[in-house]
Design a protein around this ligand. Structure first.
Ligand code: ADP
Ligand code: MG
Length: 260
């Protein structure tokens, strides 16, 4: 039995990740307990999306060292769907289109897939839950009869993603929100969603290039990632300091790969 403080968190310990010959993540450690919002910021190419993909279990990335634990259990050998069953939710920058499948049916299949074998999702229970979450997130009812991501604006894709997150009720959510494609509409949808869903049972890892998302979501902690390492951690004021001083200020503190 692990001590209680290690149970309710997503923990990354001394993680090393390579793509082919290139080491992208170099000894990164981070713990996101349920109930907290942690933001990772960093310049382009620092490995933020790589970290998100590794957490999701993407096959292109090789973990060469370290551990990733959900509630004390190492998930490195688990398939992406098994990670999801452990309570991990991933939101990506470029969600797929699924023509001909409505959001309502897609979410229903997703929620059903998460149930224990042999257990069925009652339609009435499902719709009650769907409408409850849509009301919480202020999503119009007509939205769920559209095909998943087909012809969606950036904001609508985000709305779909956030609704998916609400319906799956994860213990840990990792959101990779970047630079491009986040117009003000999308930004507000993401932040409203995150703020509505944040609570004691959910740990959120919010990855972002720009500080402006953090004008709408107040993180409990901010971590700055440079060249595959966390070079600085602090409270929400760290994001403001970065905005003011720029990434050069922290880049100077990063260790060159050769010297690591
Ligand atoms: P960030 O999200 O912080 O901008 P990324 O994780 O996307 O950074 O990229 C980190 C580094 O890894 C970059 O140098 C990028 O070129 C490299 N990289 C990312 N994905 C791949 C890939 N599939 N193949 C080769 N190199 C990659
Ligand atoms: Mg990225």
């Amino acid at each position: 039995m692990l001590p209680a403080q290690f149970m309710n968190q997503l923990e990354i310990k001394e993680l090393y990740v390579s793509i082919g010959e290139n080491e992208i993540i170099r000894g990164l450690s981070l713990a996101v307990p349920r109930g907290e919002v942690h933001a990772i910021m960093g310049p382009n190419g620092s490995g933020k999306s790589t970290l998100a993909k590794v957490l999701a279990g993407h096959p292109d990335y090789t973990v060469t060292g370290g551990e990733v634990l959900i509630d004390g259990q190492d998930i490195r050998e688990l398939e992406p769907d098994e990670r999801a069953r452990k309570g991990l939710f991933m939101a990506f920058q470029y969600p797929s289109e699924i023509p001909g499948v409505t959001i309502a049916n897609f979410l229903r299949a997703a929620v059903q897939a998460r149930l224990p074998e042999g257990e069925d999702l009652e339609a009435t229970d499902y719709y009650a839950r769907l409408y409850e979450k849509m009301d919480l997130l202020e999503i119009p009812r007509a939205f769920t009869s559209r095909s998943v991501n087909e012809g969606f604006s950036g904001g609508e894709k985000k709305r779909c993603e956030i609704l998916q997150m609400a319906m799956l009720d994860p213990s840990y959510a990792v959101l990779d929100e970047t630079d491009s494609g986040l117009d003000i509409d999308a930004l507000k949808i993401v932040s409203h969603g995150v703020n509505s869903l944040r609570g004691p049972n959910l740990g959120i890892l919010l990855i972002t290039h720009y500080q402006r998302l953090l004008n709408y979501i107040t993180p409990d902690y901010v971590h700055v990632m440079v060249k595959g390492q966390i070079v600085r951690s602090g409270g929400k004021e760290l994001a403001l300091e970065l905005e003011e001083k720029g990434y050069d200020w922290v880049r100077d503190h990063a260790v060159e790969p050769a010297a690591a």
